[in-house]
Design a protein around this ligand. Structure first.
Ligand SMILES: Cc1cc2nc3c(=O)[nH]c(=O)nc-3n(C[C@H](O)[C@H](O)[C@H](O)COP(=O)(O)OP(=O)(O)OC[C@H]3O[C@@H](n4cnc5c(N)ncnc54)[C@H](O)[C@@H]3O)c2cc1C
Length: 439
């Protein structure tokens, strides 16, 4: 049932999309979206120079949802100008391990998505061919390669400017009379005395926003507002940008987004004079002790909680992250391997065990719906996520999606479904390895 008033905490892809879905379908419902900052939120996971929009999921359910979302994005006059269909290449070392399986599954899914359009696919069977896919057919590999050995490009995929598009979605949400915004941090959810029934939210200035339903769409910050033990874990991935010259931009402007599955490196083509690279590493955690978010429990709990450029503007990615990025670039983009980064960040995300999202009422609470668990692949679904949340509230969400995005599924499935795989290993404690921006 969709109630008379809803308060959404978070204006990322989950929160804004839900506000738009409610605004469209339930104009009588009063929707208040609360965020720490005005969108596009500087350190929100949904805001970045680029986010990949791709359809080649092995899982047929995500593949269909991704295709539906891409079609909506390409037809949407407000966001389609920010979508660059430059293609996505997936490469691996040619070995015989889980990355080979993920690569083959991705290739099969890409070929299926491009049935009838063979020109949209390209294949590389040697390090030289992979190298030329980035640097041009006349280029000569300057380093001996061992990890960038075999690949394919799917030209249906591409990247979107995630900052400009989030601004466009924010502007759209504001057009609904029923949707309003508050820019302040939520301190906690307010419950009736001795109860687990939510009545509203308390902001850090002490003011209360009363509501019938709280939707927690606070991404990597959600674990401070509700108990998500065993459901979502917050960690951060390293991202770095290089400035490139006009000549370099021209040289690389035909490259596709290039991901090496075996090493986790993800390189973007030049955009606005920059090349971005990141690594899908086990990442970093930031352990904090916070008040127990369960209203009936007193003892504090330890969680991993975002530490970002907003409070720590001089933070710089750890040395091991820099070393691995440079080591990979030495093989595939040697011109950048020794160049200083222009800027870096740790991008926070919230990961579920299966990489399936969470859209479900919190099982221990009343009047609290959780919409998060993006697991490093939710951005591309922004055109449909909010409708799925509204379907869930109505009780009309497809039963397969309902199960897939439930709390119960997270407690049963312990392995990643391959939707956005990360390197094996445990996140490091950020406080022990964080550095300051070099002078
Ligand atoms: C490095 C990286 C690369 C990625 N690449 C891709 C990709 O290529 N393609 C793709 O589809 N997906 C990608 N993703 C995943 C995607 O970006 C995320 O799944 C998605 O953006 C998560 O959105 P969200 O709404 O859950 O979180 P967010 O965008 O972080 O939104 C949560 C909001 O809640 C607000 N908030 C938190 N706590 C409070 C509080 N107490 N009070 C008020 N406001 C609060 C925050 O300020 C924030 O704006 C990537 C993720 C990462 C980290």
């Amino acid at each position: 049932m969709v109630p008379d008033s809803v308060c959404i905490i978070g204006a990322g892809v989950f929160g804004l999309s839900t506000a738009i879905g409610l605004g469209r379908r339930y104009p009588q419902t009063k929707v208040t979206v609360i965020d720490r900052l005005e969108p596009p939120v500087l350190d929100g996971t949904s805001v970045d120079t680029t986010r990949c929009i791709r359809v080649d999921y092995k899982d047929p359910i995500y593949a269909e949802l991704a295709r539906e979302s891409m079609d909506i994005i390409t037809k949407d006059p407000d966001v389609s100008p920010f979508f660059h269909q430059c293609g996505m290449s997936f490469v691996y070392d040619g070995g015989n391990d889980k990355w080979a399986d993920i690569w083959i599954n991705g290739k099969v899914a890409a070929e299926k998505a491009n049935e009838g359009y063979p020109d949209r696919m390209r294949y590389y069977n040697s390090p030289q061919e992979v190298y030329k896919s980035i640097h041009g057919v006349d280029s000569k590999p300057v380093a001996k390669g061992t990890r960038w050995n075999k690949g394919y490009t799917n030209y249906l995929n591409g990247f979107i400017d995630a900052e400009k598009s989030m601004k466009a979605y924010y502007e759209r949400a504001k057009t609904f009379d029923s949707v309003s915004f508050i820019f302040r941090e939520v301190d906690s959810i307010v419950y009736g005395p001795g109860s687990r029934k939510a009545r509203g939210v308390k902001l850090v200035d002490g003011s209360i926003v009363a509501t019938d339903l709280v939707i927690v769409a606070a991404g990597a910050w959600s674990c401070k507002l509700v108990n998500l033990d065993g459901i979502c874990k917050s960690s951060a991935i390293e991202v770095a940008w290089y400035k490139v010259t006009k000549e370099e931009e021209e040289q690389w402007n035909k490259m596709a987004i290039t991901t090496n599955l075996s090493t986790g490196i993800n390189l973007f083509p030049p955009y606005n004079g920059e090349i971005k690279c990141l690594r899908r590493s086990p990442g970093y955690k930031n352990t904090l002790q916070v008040p127990n978010p369960d209203p009936t429990k007193q003892e504090p709990v330890k969680i991993s909680y975002p530490r970002t450029v907003v409070d720590h503007p001089t933070d710089w990615i750890p040395q091991d992250a820099e070393d691995v990025l440079r080591d990979n670039l030495a093989e595939i983009m040697p011109a950048l391997a020794q160049r200083p980064f222009d800027r870096t960040k740790l991008c926070w995300l919230t990961q579920t065990p299966s990489a399936n999202f969470v859209i479900d009422y919190h099982p221990d609470l009343e009047g609290v719906l959780v919409a998060t668990g993006g697991s490093a692949h939710a951005w591309k679904f922004v055109p449909i996520l909010g409708d799925k949340v509204v379907d869930y509230m109505e009780g009309t969400l497809d039963p397969t999606l309902k199960d897939m995005w439930s709390f119960a599924e997270k407690l049963q499935i312990t392995s990643d479904n391959g939707s956005a795989p990360r390197m094996d290993g445990e996140p490091q404690e950020l406080g022990e390895v964080v550095r300051k921006r070099p002078n």
